[in-house]
Design a protein around this ligand. Structure first.
Ligand code: SAM
Length: 221
């Protein structure tokens, strides 16, 4: 999968060069390109924001640099073009799986008070929110979308990891333990050391249900 990210702050994306996503880029399973919108500004000072018409606080991202960037990067509109926005559709595991079916994604990061609405009208397929709160910019949401979608791209993680994890069946995941068997007097549950796979399975199902009931009863409805 190829993911193009358009931002005014490209240096914030070094996170994607680390760990699993970094390795997936090196192996060729993923191609992530971070583009600096400022490079597309025709203004002699590379200005990319201006005051909002009608007044109000803050600055708005101007349409020209963003429009030119999108059309240079995805000239034939082969990508699903996403704008990160608190006004968008809330990201869920279902939406992540849908997006993972696409070969190309383009993610546009807003900043300041947001972006000139004509960019959304002219260029964007989908607005995506990562939750009901407001961040200073779309860079963290773009990383969240990229990370969540990448996990479903073949060759990025062991596909067995996707089978039983939280949200895969409307249940949150059971507790996980590793060595040592006794940590500060708290022991790993005996059943996990028993080697009895049927009992382990039963215990995990029970714990999943308990955790979901406690933290996210809405998932059980
Ligand atoms: C300060 S916010 C703008 C908020 C906007 N004035 C509003 O009230 O909807 C700046 C940018 O951060 C990004 N952003 C902030 N919160 C977000 C969220 N919950 N999900 C996705 N993107 C978000 C968007 O790209 C947004 O354009």
């Amino acid at each position: 999968m190829k993911i193009d990210i358009l931002t005014l702050f490209p240096e914030t994306f070094s996170y994607l060069n680390e760990s699993i996503i970094g390795r997936a880029q090196k192996s060729g399973a993923l191609e992530i390109n971070v583009h600096d919108i400022r490079n597309y500004s025709t203004d002699k000072h590379k200005k990319c924001d201006d005051y909002p018409f009608g007044g109000g606080a803050g600055m708005v991202m101007m349409p020209q640099p963003v429009y030119d960037a999108i059309n240079a990067i995805d000239p034939r509109h082969e990508s699903i073009r996403i704008f990160t926005s608190p006004k968008g559709k809330t990201l869920s595991q279902g939406l992540v799986c849908e997006l993972a079916k696409s070969k190309n994604l383009l993610i546009l990061c807003g900043h300041y008070e947001g972006i000139d609405e004509r960019i959304i009208e002219l260029c964007i397929d989908l607005e995506v929110s990562i939750g009901d709160y407001v961040l200073t910019g779309g860079e963290l949401p773009a990383m969240v979308i990229t990370d969540a979608v990448s996990r479903y791209v073949s060759g990025v993680i062991n596909e067995n990891s996707l089978q039983e994890e939280s949200f895969s069946s409307n249940l949150l995941e059971y507790p996980q333990y590793t060595r040592p068997q006794d940590f500060k007097g708290v022991k790993v549950p005996d059943v996990l050391l028993s080697g009895n796979h049927a009992e382990i399975e039963k215990w995990r199902k029970q714990k999943s249900l308990e955790i979901t009931k406690k933290n996210r009863p809405d998932l059980l409805k």
